[in-house]
Design a protein around this ligand. Structure first.
Ligand code: MD6
Ligand code: FE
Length: 224
């Protein structure tokens, strides 16, 4: 850890160059805001229940026909979906044939505040992908690259059971940094890390007061 006196003034003014108690740098322009969502967690859980009554969690299939271990839903003006034609953003929920539920205000406010806090101003997400991990579920190393522009950051909120987040570089073979994400933690990344490879290790068994035996992740993006 660099001592404050050791830093050059340009580093001090670089909003991404140093960690503070609640802001941990985990990569270039990638920060972990520990506990940022904890105060809102109950409200978020209630909103997740409301959204998923309308657009239920489901296991999507990949282009190759494999069923994903993570169950997913969405809210916002578009939703991220995967099927035998590939990955895309869709205005309608393929399961219900209706629009996705609107993004709850509690979701939007949290995502915009987190982005601002991390140094990305004016983030206006139009999609929130809701991921549900049961023990054994995982997300293989991937890039988030289905959005129209990579100029906007991604805000990722963890609730319930903890998980190990893997963050690499722009090349699939770059070394991975492992970070344990706990309930209430928020990861924000963009800029030079926007297309970094990342994933979630297989979820360990456990019980959490908010979610029971699962982890829920909210991933906010500007898709269009
Ligand atoms: C998850 N997150 O945390 C999966 N993508 O369950 C992601 O895939 C992700 O956390 C882009 C940016 C941040 C993320
Ligand atoms: Fe991702």
């Amino acid at each position: 850890m660099t001592r404050r006196e050791d830093r050059t003034s340009s580093e001090l003014f670089d909003k991404f160059s140093y960690s503070s108690p609640c802001k941990e740098v985990i990569g270039p322009e990638a920060v972990l805001l520990r506990d940022f969502a904890s105060a809102a967690a109950s409200e978020l859980m209630a909103a997740i229940a409301t959204v998923t009554e309308v657009s239920p969690f489901r296991h999507m299939v990949t282009r190759r026909g494999f069923q994903m271990s993570v169950a997913m839903s969405n809210c916002g003006s578009v939703g991220w979906v995967s099927d035998r034609t590939g990955y895309k953003y869709a205005e309608l929920d393929p399961l219900t044939g209706n629009s996705w539920p609107a993004m709850p205000e509690s979701f939007r406010t949290l995502a915009e505040d987190a982005a601002e806090h991390a140094g990305f101003s004016s983030f206006a997400p139009d999609c929130c992908l809701i991921n549900r991990y049961s023990p054994g579920a995982k997300l293989s190393l991937h890039q988030d690259r289905d959005e129209a522009s990579f100029d906007w950051p991604i805000v990722s909120v963890s609730l319930g059971l903890s998980a190990v987040f893997l963050l690499g570089g722009l090349d699939r073979n770059d070394p991975l940094r492992r970070t344990e994400l706990l309930s209430g933690d928020v990861v924000v990344w963009g800029g030079v890390s926007r297309l970094a490879f990342h994933g979630i290790e297989s979820l360990e068994d456990g019980t959490h007061r908010f979610t029971g035996n699962c982890r829920i992740n909210l991933t906010f993006r500007r898709a269009r």
